[in-house]
Design a binder for this molecule. Sequence first.
Ligand code: SF4
Length: 280
Amino acid sequence: MEIIRAKVLGFCFGVKRAVDLVEEETEQRGSLSTLGFVVHNPSVVEDLSQKGAKVVKSLEEVPTDTVTITAHGVAPAVYKKVKEMGLNLVDATCPIVSKSQKAAYELAEEGFKVVIYGEENHPEMRGVLGWSKGQSIATMDPEIEIDIPRRKVALIAQTTKSEESFAEFVGKFVAKNLGLINELRVINTTCPETDERYDAAKELAKTVDLMIVVGGKNSANTRKLAHTCDSQGVETHQVETADEIERQWLVGRERVGVTAGASTPDSAIEEVEKRLRSMA
Ligand code: SF4
């Protein structure tokens, strides 16, 4: 049985940067708190916690003198509160998310209604919504009824959405609302790292007879990656750890593909490959 890795898989640069930063800062300071999960992967979170980085849900819960903002970023109100509370700040916001926040801020300043193609309750979206001073909405529905004051509207996207799905959203939104718009601006804020993983997974899925997708069950992009493979018509299983792999999945398989979400560390991918080799 041949085991083949997708050409691009695992940690994206923003997540790797955040994890490295939290590790370095924890080592220097002894302990710190992270506002939410640094990465949607339980084993990485547990490892960081052992080193002294505790996850908190809100600033009120911070027991340390330092708090870290994760790669997803936060709204300006959170920076303000951190300052008011006298906490030290470690900012691990991904630079690509920062660009999206800046775009939302500037568009709102210019009087645009900002429509963000994304999931309203995703932490990144809560941050970007906060940067546009109440002038934006996040939605997955291109046909949603919205009020467009000044007939100026801008469309941006959650960074982890694929370019293809954003293009489809823009097309449907414009078809429905063009009569209400004088000025339209579209800024492509999708992250190339995400598309690279989807494309590589899709390419590999076409050439194998089983796909294993490694990543946290709470990682939206890992689930999407699994869906991408599944939609190529190949049997696909998402696993968080190597011991979830079942022997019966491998019966009669000749080529098994492996990919991993942007929040999956190399160690988890290696463990999966090791177990597949031992079962082959
Ligand atoms: Fe940054 Fe892209 Fe990774 Fe999100 S997926 S953290 S935007 S590099």
